[in-house]
Design a protein around this ligand. Sequence first.
Ligand code: SAH
Length: 241
Amino acid sequence: MARDDRTQNQDDPRDAERRELLRQIAAEVAETAHWLGKDRLAPEVMAAMGRVPRHAFVPRMEEALAYRNRPLPIGHGQTISQPFVVALMTELAAVGSGSRVLEIGTGSGYQAAVLAETGAEVWSIEALPELAGEAARRLKEQGYDKVHCRQGDGARGWPEVAPFDAILVTAAAAAIPPALIDQLKPGGRLIIPLGLPDGAIRFSARQDLLRIEKAADGTLKKQIVLPVAFVPLIAPRQDED
Ligand code: SAH
C-alpha cells in the first residue's frame, strides 16, 4: 500500500473529511442497494478509498471540494469521477493483490490510485496528452509505482501487457470495444458505461454501467448495474499515439 505512512497521520485535518466521504459513499450504496444487489461494499474497497488523498488529484481551485461525493472538473472538458462511482467500479472489478488491471481514461489518475491501493497493478491509458502527462507525474509524486501510464486510444487496449483480470472504462462508449474483450482473461471482468450523453445537456446522460464477465469458454455474461453519467469516450487522432 503506497501511502500508509502519510495517511495514518492523526493530525491531518483531511482525515476527518475522508471519513465523512466514506460515510456518504456507504449511504449511497445503501440507497442504491436495489440496483446493486448488495447494501455495502467490500471493506478492502472502502479502505482503499480512505487511503487516497483525493485533494491531490483535483485542480488547486477545487481542493476545498475534493472530499465531496461529486465529480469535479479537471480541465480540457473532463471530470474526475464521483467517489461513489469510483468505489463501485472498484468493487465490481473485484481486484486485489496480484491482479492486473487496465483502465481506459486516466483523467486525474484518481481511479488508478484507488485500484493500486487494493494491491493491484494498474495500466492506464489517457487520450488527451496534457491530462496523460499530468496524471503520470501526479501518480509518481504520490508514490504509486504500480500504476503505468500511457497516452493513446484506450479502445485499442494495451495488447503488450494483456491479458487483464479486469478492465475499467471510465468514459461512456456507444459500443463495447472488441479489443477490450480480447484482452480479458477467462473469468475477467469488464466494467463499462454504455450509451451516449445527451447532446444538449452534457451530464444529462442516458447510460448504464455494465459488468461483463468473460467465462472460461469465452462467452460473456452481462449485468446492468446502475444508470450513470460519464463524459463520452473520444476517438483520438491516430498520430497522437
Ligand atoms: N478515471 C478518471 C476520470 C476519467 S474522465 C479519474 O479518475 O479522474 C474520462 C477520461 O477518459 C478523460 O480524461 C478523457 O480524456 C479520457 N478518454 C476519453 N476517450 C478516451 C479514449 N478513447 N482513450 C483513452 N482515454 C479516453
